[in-house]
Design a protein around this ligand. Structure first.
Ligand code: SF4
Length: 459
């Protein structure tokens, strides 16, 4: 896994095009105030003048700057070996002594981050001024910041991936991402239960006698996952071995036929970490609806249009989704949380707390897991869909313990309209205005309900 590096971030909604950053860069790098020689270029979008009354996404200015890419195309295309990424700082350095001025790198960069500097006749690019970029502090509008994103990877990057490479998930599968990170964090002293669903379907329990995991794994029924795992955990305790008993189950297996077993284990306080990968349906077996499928969604058993029975409205699922994590709060589990792979540091923090809680009681983590195949969106939009779910409050991120009550870990006080989330997926494309209004109303009702519920819980 790669490392996280610092980089210069740009907020176009704050930039007024003053150009102070370019002047500062030119002074620092060339000793002149010639903005044409600046490594950072703020580029106007035609004659557009920023208008505060317009949508902030309507950018007046854009950034041309080296992003110090993880997989830099400029380095790949350079035939002279003049560009190289430094493993310690993450900065892509340019070696003038090797450069032959072919300018291929300027074509290879999608960000305009390396360009010909006419005054010298050579290319030039940002080197972040050794981690103290001159452009950032002079930006009085706060449009430039020097940030380190995904810090978590510097910590967890060296931990072992306990799933085999090359699992048979769909392209861009969020569930594969989630289970790799989860097992990486839970570690090798784990016994894993994966009931029928996408997780075993992509090979966690293996094919032809070989498992896809590097920890002991078994394949319970949809109906008895928590019960079987409880027995396995108890047997390990009798043998004097401390292991984390981990289930990675789908929402179908947990919220429908598996709920009796899940509820019983939670009520007894069995020592385990039960993770639900909520892709809102039985996606592995043909995209059937589950009780976690949201209202209005197309699935193969909640059809629209010609797929509906005669006389049926063409509208997808007609019931609202079951709120499984809130049901688990009502079991007074040792720990309950909702999480999203779009907020990985939040997810890792919750895994830490869940692992600890599972040593003495029942820990439950419910992760919203967009399904590129069943939800009908391009696989490269996975994180965007996951992020929009949270930004609209369609999904809320919180955690609960009996001592601390229920607390939001990433509150969204000014949510986007739910249409921003719905329009990202084909499964909602058919919705009528009345259905969208219903979903928006449900989102608002849910947040009010959970806030009232949280306030009523002991803290
Ligand atoms: S201009 Fe220099 S750095 Fe760019 S591709 Fe050519 S040789 Fe490499």
């Amino acid at each position: 896994m790669g490392r996280a590096y610092s980089t210069i971030a740009f907020d176009p909604a704050k930039c007024d095009g003053c150009g102070d950053c370019m002047t500062a860069c030119a002074q620092a790098k060339t000793g002149t105030i010639d903005r044409a020689r600046s490594r950072i270029q703020i580029v106007g979008r035609g004659d557009t003048i920023k208008d505060a009354t317009k949508d902030a996404t309507e950018k007046a200015f854009e950034l041309a700057l080296c992003r110090q890419c993880a997989d830099p195309k400029c380095v790949t295309v350079c035939p002279a070996g003049a560009l190289a990424k430094d493993g310690a700082s993450g900065v892509i350095g340019w070696d003038a002594s090797k450069c032959v001025d072919c300018l291929l790198c300027t074509v290879g960069c999608a960000y305009g981050g390396i360009a010909l500097e006419e005054a010298t006749g050579h290319v030039s690019k940002c080197d972040t001024c050794d981690g103290k970029p001159a452009c950032v502090p002079v930006c009085s509008k706060g449009a430039l910041t020097y940030v380190t994103t995904a810090n978590i990877y510097n910590e967890v990057g060296d931990w072992e991936d306990l799933f085999a490479p090359g699992l048979a998930g769909c392209q861009g599968c969020n569930t594969e991402l989630l289970m790799r990170h989860t097992l990486r964090r839970v570690g090798p002293d784990t016994v894993l239960a994966t009931p029928p669903g996408c997780v075993p379907g992509m090979g966690s329990v293996g094919f032809n006698g070989a498992t896809g995991t590097k920890v002991p794994v078994f394949h319970p029924l949809l109906t008895n996952t928590a019960a079987m795992l409880a027995g396995v955990k108890r047997q390990f305790k009798r043998m004097g071995r401390e292991v984390t008993a981990l289930a990675i189950a789908g929402d179908g297996g947990a919220s429908d036929v598996g709920f009796q077993s899940l509820s019983g284990a939670a009520e007894r306080g069995e020592q385990m970490l039960f993770m639900v990968v909520d892709n809102e349906g039985y996606m592995n077996t043909g995209m059937q609806r589950s009780s976690c499928t949201p209202y209005g969604a197309w699935t193969s058993t909640t059809p629209i249009g010609a797929g509906c029975a005669a006389g049926q409205p063409a509208q997808g699922k007609t019931q609202d989704a079951k709120n499984l994590p809130l049901l688990m709060v009502n079991h007074r589990c040792a720990y309950v949380a909702t999480a999203s792979t779009a907020y990985m540091e939040d997810l890792y923090a919750k895994l830490d707390r869940a692992i600890e809680a599972s040593k003495t009681g029942f820990a439950y983590v419910h992760v919203y897991s967009p399904c590129t195949t069943g939800w009908r969106f391009a696989s490269d939009q996975n994180m965007e869909v996951a992020r929009k779910a949270v930004e609209t409050n369609f999904v809320m991120l919180w955690e609960f313990t009996p001592d601390e009550g229920l607390n939001f870990t990433r509150p969204v006080d000014d949510p986007l309209p739910v249409t921003d989330y719905l329009k990202a997926m084909g499964r909602f494309r058919h919705l009528s205005p009345a259905q969208i209004e219903h979903i928006q109303g449900k989102v608002e009702e849910n947040i009010r309900f959970i806030k009232r519920f949280a306030a009523a819980l002991p803290a």
